[in-house]
Every structure is written in C-alpha cells, then in structure tokens.
Design a protein around this ligand. Structure first.
Ligand code: 3PG
Length: 215
C-alpha cells in the first residue's frame, strides 16, 4: 500500500466522525459493549491502544461489532503492526513515525495515521507522501494555535490531533481547515467502563459526534 493510498484511507476514516475515541481497555469483557456504546453514539472509528495485555483480543472482539471501524493505537514496532493486522485492525495510529514502522504498515497494507509534533517531522512525513497525520501530544506540543500556524506554510497536510483534548477544547481544533477530526479518551472514562455504564458512554459519544467541523 503506497503512502498516497494510506493517506486516502486515513482521511476516509478521519471523516467518519469529528472524534476518534482513544481507548485503553483493561478488561476484555468491556470491549464489545464499549464498542456498541460508542457506535450507538455516532462514533464508528475506534482506536484501541496497545497498552494493555488484552488490547489485541479487544480489537478482535470489537471488530465483530457491526458498524465500527476498529484500529490499533500506540503502534511502536513492526511486530506491533503485524499483531494489530492479525487481530483485525483496520487502521493503525502511532505516537511518532519511524522508517521501520512506516515500511511495516505499507507492507502489511495497514492504513497508518503517523504521529508528528514538529514542522520538521510533519515535512519528513509529507516528503514520504503522508498528507494525513496525527499531531501528538496535541495540547503539550502547541495545541490548536500551533496547528493554525502550521496550516499557513503546510496547508496540504491534514491532522487528527490527540493528547489532552476534551469536549470543551475540541471545537478550537475542529474549527481549523487542516483538522479532520480529533482523538481523545474523554468519551470513555475509566469509571464508566468499570461500572458498565454504557448509557453514559453513549451520551458522551453523542455529544462528541455532534461537534461541528470546518474541514
Ligand atoms: C493517548 O495517546 O493517550 C491519546 O493521545 C489520548 O490522549 P488523552 O487521554 O489526553 O485524550
């Protein structure tokens, strides 16, 4: 899969909804009901971070839920890419981007949302053909103001910022022309997941899916 094809697929996924939930799943039993709750609230693209022992099994379980597009986050190595793909991930997300990681995603045919945080990193990915990128860690790396500034010299790159974004500040990002969607964990609070309060999560997803965007 070429970088251009990867970017096209990443853009399609990013355009599904204004928010991509970033999920840390500790208990496999939560995976399917969590996916159902978020999809019911209008958020079909789901990023499951590979940060917990059950993450790959969670991707497997969530991929069975109708209406969702489940991806793997926190991809760091080619082995992560292979495992994510084998588990059924439809896309990948990485905090940064290395040549080996990018090559693995291209070889495996896994659309990647590669992470960047500086103008040079953004340009390096653009040079390879990646026009859709994750901006991480968004709030800590300069926030919406930074992305507005980057949009001037590099308007051809579109972003999904993640890291420190909440319902309150998401509109600051989504009002920018170079932002396709934002990622965030606020739609799946740990407490609601532990309590099985799926209605609360659907309500949070509904709020998030109702956010307006400019891009
Ligand atoms: C992450 O990698 O954890 C994501 O960027 C989500 O960050 P958040 O928990 O601040 O939304």
């Amino acid at each position: 899969m070429t970088p251009a094809q990867q970017s096209l697929e990443a853009e399609t996924i990013c355009r599904l909804a204004p928010v991509v939930p970033v999920l840390v799943i500790d208990d496999l039993a939560q995976a399917a009901p969590l996916a159902m709750a978020l999809i019911a609230g209008g958020l079909p693209a789901l990023e499951v971070t590979l940060r917990t022992p059950c993450a790959l099994d969670a991707i497997r379980a969530m991929s069975q839920v109708p209406g969702g597009i489940v991806g793997a986050g926190t991809l760091l190595t080619p082995a992560d890419v292979k495992a994510a793909k084998a588990a059924g991930a439809m896309f990948g997300v990485s905090p940064g981007a290395t040549n080996r990681l990018i090559a693995a995603c291209e070889d495996e045919g896994l659309p990647l949302l590669p992470g960047a945080a500086t103008a040079t990193e953004i340009m390096a990915l653009l040079e390879k053909g990646y026009t859709v990128q994750k901006f991480f860690p968004a709030e800590q790396a300069g926030g919406a103001a930074y992305l507005r500034s980057i949009g001037s010299p590099i308007p051809q790159v579109k972003f999904c910022p993640t890291g420190g974004i909440s319902l309150k500040i998401a509109p600051d990002y989504l009002s920018l022309k170079n932002i396709l969607c934002v990622g965030g964990s606020w739609v799946a609070p740990k407490e609601a997941m532990a309590n099985g309060d799926w209605a609360a999560i659907t309500a949070l997803a509904r709020e998030a899916s109702g956010l307006a965007r400019s891009a």
